[in-house]
Ligand binder design. Structure first.
Ligand SMILES: [Zn+2]
Length: 238
């Protein structure tokens, strides 16, 4: 298997929050995408592991993602250790992505912070022949980072126009029926199940869209500068 994009999250709804619009945009334009959830979300206040797995698969279908896998690392205890990297590397070598989308380093949830370094370094070590998993080594050319929900302090170098894909992002988030605002779901109230949090998803996408002159956007970060063929605005022939 070779995918264009592998989106990695700490928990089963992180990639939808950070890059759901972008994933839909990519798959709708013929790119292949897969999702890897590092944990099954077993520490969540709402939703059992089984419920969350079903919800996550439904969300993946809405986004056009070819496959969604779970690395079964411990929710609440993600760490950038050789042992946890060793669990992630077989997935990177199985999906063989051209690029990886991973959580940004600054975040409210410690698992998201840990996932940043864990995925970045697993991608490096996945390219080493002498780490033997019985698979061919593979290293994605680039990793970009997204914010699952907390904004952080850094200004993103990129904002992706997801105006045509924002409703699909919301649909994918609604598939996580146990997690977000849903009066029909009989669970204990949490930060992300509040109506204010649901509203903030639109506000944030509208804010980033406004920064680049479109309706909705998703910010993306990179390690260091990324080369471009020409400045945006000049890509097409005169
Ligand atoms: Zn998360």
């Amino acid at each position: 298997m070779t995918v264009d994009v592998l989106a990695v999250g700490a928990h089963p709804d992180d990639v939808e929050l950070g890059v759901g619009g972008m994933l839909h945009k990519l798959t709708q334009s013929g790119r292949s995408a897969a999702v890897l959830d590092l944990t099954a979300g077993e520490m969540s206040t709402r939703g059992s592991v089984d419920e969350r797995r079903i919800e996550a698969q439904r969300a993946a279908g809405i986004l056009g993602v070819a496959e969604r896998a779970i690395a079964s690392l411990p929710d609440g205890a993600l760490a950038n250790t050789p042992e946890q990297r060793r669990e992630v590397i077989p997935f990177l070598r199985r999906f063989r992505p051209r690029i990886i989308l991973a959580p940004m380093r600054e975040d409210r949830h410690p698992d998201h912070v840990a996932a940043h370094g864990l995925v970045r370094d697993a991608n490096f070590f996945a390219g080493l022949v002498k780490i033997d998993t019985g698979q061919e080594p593979h290293r994605a050319q680039r990793i970009y980072y997204y914010h699952p929900y907390y904004g952080g302090r850094e200004m993103p170098p990129f904002v992706v126009d997801i105006s045509e894909h924002f409703e699909a992002k919301l649909d994918a988030l609604r598939a996580h029926a146990s997690q977000f605002h849903n009066p029909a779901y009989p669970g204990r109230a949490t930060h992300i199940s509040s109506p204010e949090f649901w509203e903030s998803i639109r506000t944030k996408a509208a804010y980033w869209g406004d920064r680049i002159g479109v309706r909705y956007g998703e910010p993306l970060f990179s390690d260091g500068p990324a080369g471009i063929a020409l400045p945006p605005g000049l890509e097409s022939a005169p």
